[in-house]
Design a protein around this ligand. Structure first.
Ligand code: 5AD
Ligand code: SF4
Length: 438
Protein backbone atom coordinates (compact mmCIF):
# COMPACT_ATOMS: atom_id res chain seq x y z
CA UNK A 1 0.00 0.00 0.00
CA UNK A 2 1.22 3.50 -0.82
CA UNK A 3 2.26 5.71 2.08
CA UNK A 4 -0.56 7.96 3.21
CA UNK A 5 -0.35 11.50 1.97
CA UNK A 6 0.27 14.20 4.53
CA UNK A 7 -2.02 17.07 5.41
CA UNK A 8 -0.86 20.15 7.28
CA UNK A 9 -3.63 22.32 8.68
CA UNK A 10 -3.04 25.72 10.25
CA UNK A 11 -5.96 27.08 12.22
CA UNK A 12 -6.64 30.73 13.01
CA UNK A 13 -9.39 32.42 14.98
CA UNK A 14 -12.09 30.96 17.16
CA UNK A 15 -12.79 27.58 18.73
CA UNK A 16 -15.24 26.74 15.99
CA UNK A 17 -12.36 26.85 13.53
CA UNK A 18 -10.49 24.40 15.77
CA UNK A 19 -13.50 22.09 15.63
CA UNK A 20 -13.86 22.56 11.86
CA UNK A 21 -10.19 21.75 11.33
CA UNK A 22 -10.64 18.47 13.21
CA UNK A 23 -13.62 17.62 11.05
CA UNK A 24 -11.76 18.50 7.85
CA UNK A 25 -8.80 16.35 8.93
CA UNK A 26 -11.20 13.47 9.50
CA UNK A 27 -12.87 14.00 6.15
CA UNK A 28 -9.46 13.99 4.46
CA UNK A 29 -8.54 10.88 6.45
CA UNK A 30 -11.19 9.14 4.37
CA UNK A 31 -9.35 10.35 1.25
CA UNK A 32 -6.05 8.78 2.40
CA UNK A 33 -4.46 11.69 4.25
CA UNK A 34 -2.85 11.71 7.69
CA UNK A 35 -2.08 14.90 9.59
CA UNK A 36 1.45 16.22 9.89
CA UNK A 37 2.66 19.07 12.08
CA UNK A 38 5.04 20.59 9.55
CA UNK A 39 4.26 22.18 6.18
CA UNK A 40 7.67 21.09 4.83
CA UNK A 41 6.79 17.46 4.16
CA UNK A 42 3.07 18.01 3.51
CA UNK A 43 1.27 16.97 0.31
CA UNK A 44 -1.49 19.40 1.11
CA UNK A 45 -1.52 22.61 3.16
CA UNK A 46 -4.83 23.95 4.39
CA UNK A 47 -5.23 27.32 6.08
CA UNK A 48 -8.41 27.53 8.14
CA UNK A 49 -8.88 31.28 8.33
CA UNK A 50 -10.57 34.02 10.36
CA UNK A 51 -12.15 37.20 8.98
CA UNK A 52 -13.28 38.86 12.20
CA UNK A 53 -10.69 41.67 12.16
CA UNK A 54 -8.57 43.04 9.34
CA UNK A 55 -5.31 41.85 10.91
CA UNK A 56 -6.52 38.27 11.03
CA UNK A 57 -7.71 38.35 7.42
CA UNK A 58 -4.51 39.92 6.07
CA UNK A 59 -2.42 37.26 7.80
CA UNK A 60 -3.73 34.74 5.29
CA UNK A 61 -2.04 36.48 2.38
CA UNK A 62 1.32 36.82 4.13
CA UNK A 63 1.09 33.18 5.23
CA UNK A 64 0.34 32.06 1.68
CA UNK A 65 3.33 34.10 0.47
CA UNK A 66 5.56 31.99 2.72
CA UNK A 67 4.41 28.78 1.05
CA UNK A 68 5.38 30.06 -2.40
CA UNK A 69 8.84 28.46 -2.30
CA UNK A 70 7.44 25.13 -1.17
CA UNK A 71 4.96 25.17 -4.03
CA UNK A 72 7.67 26.15 -6.55
CA UNK A 73 9.86 23.27 -5.39
CA UNK A 74 6.99 20.77 -5.37
CA UNK A 75 4.28 21.67 -7.90
CA UNK A 76 2.21 18.66 -6.73
CA UNK A 77 1.75 20.29 -3.33
CA UNK A 78 -1.90 21.34 -2.95
CA UNK A 79 -2.73 24.54 -1.16
CA UNK A 80 -6.21 25.20 0.15
CA UNK A 81 -7.88 28.05 2.01
CA UNK A 82 -10.86 27.28 4.25
CA UNK A 83 -12.85 29.22 6.85
CA UNK A 84 -14.26 32.72 6.95
CA UNK A 85 -11.73 34.50 4.70
CA UNK A 86 -12.40 31.80 2.10
CA UNK A 87 -16.11 32.57 2.43
CA UNK A 88 -15.72 36.33 2.23
CA UNK A 89 -12.91 36.68 -0.31
CA UNK A 90 -12.86 33.41 -2.28
CA UNK A 91 -12.43 34.89 -5.74
CA UNK A 92 -9.95 37.48 -4.53
CA UNK A 93 -7.77 34.83 -2.89
CA UNK A 94 -7.56 32.95 -6.18
CA UNK A 95 -6.67 36.19 -7.95
CA UNK A 96 -4.11 37.47 -5.45
CA UNK A 97 -2.48 34.08 -4.88
CA UNK A 98 -2.76 32.01 -8.07
CA UNK A 99 -0.90 29.13 -6.43
CA UNK A 100 -3.98 28.39 -4.31
CA UNK A 101 -5.66 25.23 -5.63
CA UNK A 102 -8.86 25.26 -3.66
CA UNK A 103 -11.02 27.58 -1.59
CA UNK A 104 -13.75 26.15 0.64
CA UNK A 105 -16.20 28.05 2.84
CA UNK A 106 -17.28 26.93 6.33
CA UNK A 107 -20.58 25.52 5.08
CA UNK A 108 -19.16 23.35 2.31
CA UNK A 109 -16.13 21.66 3.81
CA UNK A 110 -17.80 18.26 3.66
CA UNK A 111 -17.04 18.57 -0.06
CA UNK A 112 -13.31 18.96 0.59
CA UNK A 113 -12.32 15.41 -0.50
CA UNK A 114 -14.06 15.88 -3.89
CA UNK A 115 -12.43 19.28 -4.28
CA UNK A 116 -9.01 17.86 -3.45
CA UNK A 117 -9.48 15.19 -6.11
CA UNK A 118 -10.45 17.86 -8.62
CA UNK A 119 -7.40 19.94 -7.72
CA UNK A 120 -5.32 16.78 -8.27
CA UNK A 121 -6.39 16.83 -11.88
CA UNK A 122 -4.95 20.26 -12.30
CA UNK A 123 -8.08 22.38 -12.05
CA UNK A 124 -8.93 24.86 -9.34
CA UNK A 125 -11.88 24.38 -7.03
CA UNK A 126 -13.93 27.04 -5.27
CA UNK A 127 -16.97 26.34 -3.11
CA UNK A 128 -18.47 29.04 -0.94
CA UNK A 129 -22.09 27.92 -1.19
CA UNK A 130 -24.50 27.73 1.67
CA UNK A 131 -25.77 24.30 0.57
CA UNK A 132 -29.16 22.85 1.46
CA UNK A 133 -27.68 19.59 2.68
CA UNK A 134 -26.45 19.23 6.25
CA UNK A 135 -22.66 19.12 6.22
CA UNK A 136 -22.61 17.35 9.58
CA UNK A 137 -24.78 14.54 8.25
CA UNK A 138 -22.56 14.28 5.17
CA UNK A 139 -19.29 14.18 7.08
CA UNK A 140 -17.92 10.74 7.75
CA UNK A 141 -17.99 9.49 11.35
CA UNK A 142 -15.09 10.46 13.53
CA UNK A 143 -13.53 6.97 13.62
CA UNK A 144 -12.76 5.45 16.98
CA UNK A 145 -9.33 6.93 17.62
CA UNK A 146 -8.66 7.79 21.25
CA UNK A 147 -9.06 11.46 22.15
CA UNK A 148 -7.76 13.75 24.85
CA UNK A 149 -10.04 14.48 27.82
CA UNK A 150 -11.61 17.65 26.37
CA UNK A 151 -13.37 18.30 23.08
CA UNK A 152 -15.35 20.94 21.24
CA UNK A 153 -18.74 20.05 19.84
CA UNK A 154 -20.48 22.45 17.47
CA UNK A 155 -24.23 22.55 18.15
CA UNK A 156 -25.16 25.81 16.42
CA UNK A 157 -23.69 27.91 13.68
CA UNK A 158 -24.28 31.32 12.20
CA UNK A 159 -25.83 34.45 13.62
CA UNK A 160 -29.00 36.46 12.98
CA UNK A 161 -28.11 39.35 15.27
CA UNK A 162 -26.26 41.55 12.77
CA UNK A 163 -24.28 43.66 15.23
CA UNK A 164 -23.13 46.64 13.17
CA UNK A 165 -19.40 45.74 13.36
CA UNK A 166 -19.53 42.01 12.76
CA UNK A 167 -18.90 39.87 9.67
CA UNK A 168 -20.12 36.62 11.22
CA UNK A 169 -23.70 36.82 9.88
CA UNK A 170 -22.19 37.12 6.40
CA UNK A 171 -19.37 34.56 6.64
CA UNK A 172 -21.13 31.91 8.70
CA UNK A 173 -24.63 32.64 7.49
CA UNK A 174 -28.00 32.43 9.25
CA UNK A 175 -28.46 30.64 12.57
CA UNK A 176 -28.74 26.89 12.20
CA UNK A 177 -28.97 24.43 15.10
CA UNK A 178 -28.00 20.78 14.82
CA UNK A 179 -30.71 18.27 15.75
CA UNK A 180 -30.61 16.98 19.34
CA UNK A 181 -30.08 13.33 18.31
CA UNK A 182 -27.07 14.25 16.19
CA UNK A 183 -25.49 16.18 19.07
CA UNK A 184 -26.14 13.38 21.57
CA UNK A 185 -24.67 10.79 19.19
CA UNK A 186 -21.55 12.84 18.71
CA UNK A 187 -21.22 13.40 22.48
CA UNK A 188 -21.58 9.65 23.17
CA UNK A 189 -18.96 8.92 20.55
CA UNK A 190 -16.58 11.43 22.12
CA UNK A 191 -17.10 9.93 25.58
CA UNK A 192 -16.38 6.42 24.23
CA UNK A 193 -13.12 7.80 22.93
CA UNK A 194 -12.00 9.19 26.28
CA UNK A 195 -13.53 12.67 26.39
CA UNK A 196 -14.75 13.81 29.82
CA UNK A 197 -15.48 17.47 29.06
CA UNK A 198 -17.29 18.97 26.08
CA UNK A 199 -17.55 22.62 25.17
CA UNK A 200 -20.67 23.19 23.10
CA UNK A 201 -19.92 25.69 20.38
CA UNK A 202 -22.00 28.16 18.46
CA UNK A 203 -21.54 31.71 17.25
CA UNK A 204 -24.68 32.35 19.23
CA UNK A 205 -24.84 29.12 21.15
CA UNK A 206 -27.54 30.11 23.62
CA UNK A 207 -29.88 30.83 20.69
CA UNK A 208 -29.77 27.04 20.12
CA UNK A 209 -33.13 25.68 18.95
CA UNK A 210 -32.58 22.16 17.75
CA UNK A 211 -35.17 19.63 16.65
CA UNK A 212 -35.60 17.05 19.35
CA UNK A 213 -38.17 14.65 20.73
CA UNK A 214 -41.35 16.67 21.30
CA UNK A 215 -40.24 19.68 19.20
CA UNK A 216 -37.84 22.51 19.64
CA UNK A 217 -35.13 22.12 22.32
CA UNK A 218 -33.36 24.99 24.04
CA UNK A 219 -29.68 24.95 24.99
CA UNK A 220 -30.60 24.41 28.65
CA UNK A 221 -32.64 21.34 27.78
CA UNK A 222 -29.81 19.99 25.64
CA UNK A 223 -27.33 20.54 28.48
CA UNK A 224 -29.60 18.75 30.97
CA UNK A 225 -29.84 15.79 28.58
CA UNK A 226 -26.09 15.70 27.97
CA UNK A 227 -25.58 15.78 31.74
CA UNK A 228 -27.25 12.34 31.91
CA UNK A 229 -24.40 10.76 29.92
CA UNK A 230 -22.22 8.57 32.14
CA UNK A 231 -18.58 9.36 31.63
CA UNK A 232 -19.23 12.94 30.60
CA UNK A 233 -18.24 14.96 33.66
CA UNK A 234 -18.09 18.55 32.52
CA UNK A 235 -20.10 20.72 30.14
CA UNK A 236 -19.29 24.23 28.94
CA UNK A 237 -20.68 26.39 26.17
CA UNK A 238 -19.58 29.42 24.19
CA UNK A 239 -20.31 32.09 22.83
CA UNK A 240 -23.51 33.56 24.19
CA UNK A 241 -25.53 36.71 23.57
CA UNK A 242 -27.06 38.45 26.59
CA UNK A 243 -30.50 38.59 24.97
CA UNK A 244 -30.62 34.81 24.64
CA UNK A 245 -29.88 33.97 28.29
CA UNK A 246 -33.26 32.43 29.15
CA UNK A 247 -34.46 31.60 32.68
CA UNK A 248 -33.81 27.88 32.34
CA UNK A 249 -30.23 28.41 31.20
CA UNK A 250 -29.63 30.69 34.18
CA UNK A 251 -31.22 28.09 36.47
CA UNK A 252 -29.07 25.32 34.95
CA UNK A 253 -25.98 27.15 36.21
CA UNK A 254 -27.35 26.64 39.71
CA UNK A 255 -28.77 23.13 39.52
CA UNK A 256 -26.82 21.22 36.89
CA UNK A 257 -23.62 19.97 38.58
CA UNK A 258 -21.89 19.12 35.33
CA UNK A 259 -22.34 22.63 33.93
CA UNK A 260 -19.12 24.42 34.86
CA UNK A 261 -19.11 27.79 36.68
CA UNK A 262 -17.78 29.81 33.77
CA UNK A 263 -19.73 31.97 31.36
CA UNK A 264 -18.46 33.91 28.37
CA UNK A 265 -21.01 36.67 27.91
CA UNK A 266 -19.74 39.51 25.71
CA UNK A 267 -21.20 42.98 26.13
CA UNK A 268 -18.79 44.90 23.80
CA UNK A 269 -19.34 48.32 25.42
CA UNK A 270 -20.65 49.86 28.62
CA UNK A 271 -22.19 52.88 26.91
CA UNK A 272 -25.88 52.76 25.94
CA UNK A 273 -25.21 55.20 23.12
CA UNK A 274 -22.55 52.92 21.65
CA UNK A 275 -24.58 49.76 22.31
CA UNK A 276 -27.39 51.31 20.33
CA UNK A 277 -25.10 52.22 17.45
CA UNK A 278 -23.70 48.69 17.57
CA UNK A 279 -27.28 47.36 17.27
CA UNK A 280 -26.74 45.15 20.32
CA UNK A 281 -30.41 45.56 21.36
CA UNK A 282 -29.74 45.74 25.09
CA UNK A 283 -28.53 48.38 27.53
CA UNK A 284 -25.60 48.30 29.94
CA UNK A 285 -28.04 48.20 32.86
CA UNK A 286 -29.88 45.18 31.43
CA UNK A 287 -26.56 43.37 31.08
CA UNK A 288 -25.55 44.17 34.65
CA UNK A 289 -28.93 42.97 36.00
CA UNK A 290 -28.54 39.78 33.97
CA UNK A 291 -25.12 39.11 35.49
CA UNK A 292 -26.68 39.61 38.93
CA UNK A 293 -29.32 36.99 38.20
CA UNK A 294 -26.71 34.54 36.94
CA UNK A 295 -24.61 35.13 40.05
CA UNK A 296 -27.67 34.60 42.22
CA UNK A 297 -28.02 31.14 40.62
CA UNK A 298 -24.31 30.35 40.84
CA UNK A 299 -22.43 32.73 43.15
CA UNK A 300 -18.90 31.55 42.27
CA UNK A 301 -19.40 31.73 38.49
CA UNK A 302 -16.49 33.29 36.60
CA UNK A 303 -17.69 35.82 34.04
CA UNK A 304 -15.76 36.38 30.86
CA UNK A 305 -16.42 38.91 28.11
CA UNK A 306 -15.44 40.67 24.91
CA UNK A 307 -15.01 44.42 24.40
CA UNK A 308 -14.50 46.61 21.38
CA UNK A 309 -12.96 50.06 21.89
CA UNK A 310 -12.86 52.86 19.35
CA UNK A 311 -16.16 51.92 17.73
CA UNK A 312 -17.17 54.76 15.33
CA UNK A 313 -18.58 57.65 17.35
CA UNK A 314 -17.23 56.42 20.73
CA UNK A 315 -16.41 59.45 22.91
CA UNK A 316 -14.29 59.65 26.05
CA UNK A 317 -17.54 59.63 28.08
CA UNK A 318 -18.68 56.47 26.32
CA UNK A 319 -15.36 54.86 27.10
CA UNK A 320 -15.69 55.93 30.75
CA UNK A 321 -19.02 54.04 30.79
CA UNK A 322 -17.22 50.91 29.56
CA UNK A 323 -14.63 51.23 32.34
CA UNK A 324 -17.45 51.71 34.87
CA UNK A 325 -19.27 48.60 33.65
CA UNK A 326 -16.09 46.55 33.94
CA UNK A 327 -15.59 47.85 37.51
CA UNK A 328 -19.12 46.81 38.36
CA UNK A 329 -19.10 43.35 36.75
CA UNK A 330 -15.61 42.23 37.88
CA UNK A 331 -14.51 39.92 35.08
CA UNK A 332 -12.36 36.85 35.59
CA UNK A 333 -11.21 36.82 32.00
CA UNK A 334 -11.72 39.09 28.99
CA UNK A 335 -10.82 39.68 25.40
CA UNK A 336 -10.63 43.25 24.20
CA UNK A 337 -10.08 44.59 20.72
CA UNK A 338 -9.62 47.80 18.85
CA UNK A 339 -12.48 48.25 16.42
CA UNK A 340 -11.60 47.07 12.92
CA UNK A 341 -13.79 48.19 9.99
CA UNK A 342 -15.02 45.13 8.11
CA UNK A 343 -16.14 45.42 4.52
CA UNK A 344 -19.88 45.01 4.03
CA UNK A 345 -20.84 45.76 7.65
CA UNK A 346 -22.92 48.89 8.47
CA UNK A 347 -20.33 50.39 10.84
CA UNK A 348 -17.64 50.29 8.15
CA UNK A 349 -19.37 53.26 6.48
CA UNK A 350 -19.02 55.47 9.57
CA UNK A 351 -16.38 57.99 10.56
CA UNK A 352 -13.62 56.13 12.45
CA UNK A 353 -12.19 57.14 15.83
CA UNK A 354 -8.60 58.40 15.71
CA UNK A 355 -6.48 55.20 15.92
CA UNK A 356 -4.13 56.77 18.48
CA UNK A 357 -7.10 57.50 20.74
CA UNK A 358 -8.44 53.98 20.23
CA UNK A 359 -5.06 52.44 21.09
CA UNK A 360 -4.83 54.52 24.24
CA UNK A 361 -8.31 53.37 25.33
CA UNK A 362 -7.41 49.76 24.64
CA UNK A 363 -4.30 50.08 26.82
CA UNK A 364 -6.33 51.53 29.69
CA UNK A 365 -9.08 48.92 29.39
CA UNK A 366 -6.61 46.06 29.20
CA UNK A 367 -4.79 47.30 32.31
CA UNK A 368 -8.08 47.20 34.22
CA UNK A 369 -9.08 43.80 32.83
CA UNK A 370 -5.67 42.31 33.62
CA UNK A 371 -5.92 43.61 37.18
CA UNK A 372 -9.38 42.07 37.59
CA UNK A 373 -8.29 38.78 36.11
CA UNK A 374 -5.42 38.65 38.60
CA UNK A 375 -7.70 39.55 41.53
CA UNK A 376 -10.15 36.79 40.63
CA UNK A 377 -7.26 34.35 40.30
CA UNK A 378 -5.66 35.44 43.58
CA UNK A 379 -8.99 34.91 45.33
CA UNK A 380 -8.81 31.22 44.38
CA UNK A 381 -5.78 30.68 46.65
CA UNK A 382 -6.81 28.48 49.58
CA UNK A 383 -9.88 27.15 47.77
CA UNK A 384 -10.46 23.60 46.61
CA UNK A 385 -11.45 23.12 42.97
CA UNK A 386 -11.94 20.28 40.51
CA UNK A 387 -9.16 19.98 37.92
CA UNK A 388 -9.27 17.89 34.75
CA UNK A 389 -5.70 17.08 33.75
CA UNK A 390 -4.88 17.64 30.09
CA UNK A 391 -1.10 17.39 29.69
CA UNK A 392 2.30 17.09 31.31
CA UNK A 393 3.92 20.29 32.55
CA UNK A 394 7.47 21.45 31.91
CA UNK A 395 8.89 20.45 35.30
CA UNK A 396 9.50 16.79 36.19
CA UNK A 397 6.33 15.17 37.58
CA UNK A 398 4.26 18.27 36.89
CA UNK A 399 0.79 17.99 35.34
CA UNK A 400 -1.41 20.76 33.93
CA UNK A 401 -5.17 20.82 33.87
CA UNK A 402 -8.12 23.21 33.87
CA UNK A 403 -10.10 24.08 36.95
CA UNK A 404 -13.89 24.23 37.00
CA UNK A 405 -13.47 27.97 36.42
CA UNK A 406 -11.20 27.32 33.43
CA UNK A 407 -8.02 28.44 35.14
CA UNK A 408 -4.88 26.58 34.09
CA UNK A 409 -3.66 24.72 37.20
CA UNK A 410 -0.18 23.21 37.70
CA UNK A 411 0.14 20.31 40.11
CA UNK A 412 3.00 17.99 40.99
CA UNK A 413 1.59 14.68 42.14
CA UNK A 414 0.33 11.28 41.21
CA UNK A 415 -2.18 12.10 38.47
CA UNK A 416 -2.45 11.18 34.80
CA UNK A 417 -3.88 12.89 31.73
CA UNK A 418 -7.66 12.43 31.87
CA UNK A 419 -7.86 12.33 35.68
CA UNK A 420 -10.34 14.61 37.38
CA UNK A 421 -9.09 15.44 40.87
CA UNK A 422 -9.72 17.83 43.74
CA UNK A 423 -6.93 20.36 44.10
CA UNK A 424 -6.22 22.93 46.78
CA UNK A 425 -4.94 26.11 45.16
CA UNK A 426 -1.73 27.36 46.76
CA UNK A 427 -0.37 29.99 44.35
CA UNK A 428 -1.51 32.47 41.73
CA UNK A 429 0.86 33.38 38.86
CA UNK A 430 0.14 35.86 36.02
CA UNK A 431 -1.72 33.36 33.82
CA UNK A 432 -2.11 30.23 35.88
CA UNK A 433 -2.58 28.76 39.32
CA UNK A 434 -0.60 26.13 41.20
CA UNK A 435 -1.95 23.69 43.74
CA UNK A 436 -1.66 20.39 45.56
CA UNK A 437 -3.89 17.33 45.35
CA UNK A 438 -6.50 17.64 48.10
N1 5AD B 1 -13.59 44.82 15.21
C1 5AD B 1 -13.07 44.48 16.42
N2 5AD B 1 -13.51 43.44 17.13
C2 5AD B 1 -14.52 42.70 16.63
N3 5AD B 1 -15.18 41.63 17.11
C3 5AD B 1 -16.10 41.27 16.21
N4 5AD B 1 -16.07 42.09 15.15
C4 5AD B 1 -15.10 43.00 15.39
C5 5AD B 1 -14.61 44.10 14.67
N5 5AD B 1 -15.11 44.47 13.49
C6 5AD B 1 -14.91 41.06 18.42
C7 5AD B 1 -16.15 41.11 19.31
C8 5AD B 1 -16.60 39.68 19.32
C9 5AD B 1 -15.29 38.94 19.21
C10 5AD B 1 -15.40 37.53 18.77
O1 5AD B 1 -14.56 39.70 18.27
O2 5AD B 1 -15.76 41.53 20.58
O3 5AD B 1 -17.32 39.33 20.48
FE1 SF4 C 1 -21.24 38.99 15.57
FE2 SF4 C 1 -21.79 37.93 17.98
FE3 SF4 C 1 -23.10 40.14 17.13
FE4 SF4 C 1 -23.58 37.75 16.00
S1 SF4 C 1 -24.00 38.36 18.15
S2 SF4 C 1 -23.29 39.69 14.92
S3 SF4 C 1 -21.53 36.79 16.02
S4 SF4 C 1 -20.88 39.93 17.60
Amino acid sequence: MADPRKLYIRTYGCQMNVYDSERMAEAMGGAGYVETDSPDDADMILLNTCHIREKAAEKVYSELGRFKDLKAARPDLKIGVAGCVAQAEGEEIMRRQPMVDLVVGPQSYHRLPEMEAKAGQGSKALDTDFPEEDKFARLKGRGKAKRGPTAFLTVQEGCDKFCAFCVVPYTRGAEVSRPVAQVLDEARDLVERGVREVTLLGQNVNAYHGDGPGGDWTLARLIRELAKLDGLDRIRFTTSHPNDMDDDLIAAHGDCDKLMPYLHLPVQSGSDRVLKRMARKHTAEQYIRLIERIRAARPDILISGDFIVGFPGETEDDFADTMALVEEVRYGQCYSFKYSARPGTPAAEREPVDPVVASDRLTRLQALLTRQQREVQDAMVGKEVGVLFERKGRLPGQMVGKSDHLHAVHVTGDVAVGDLARVRITESAPNSLAGALA
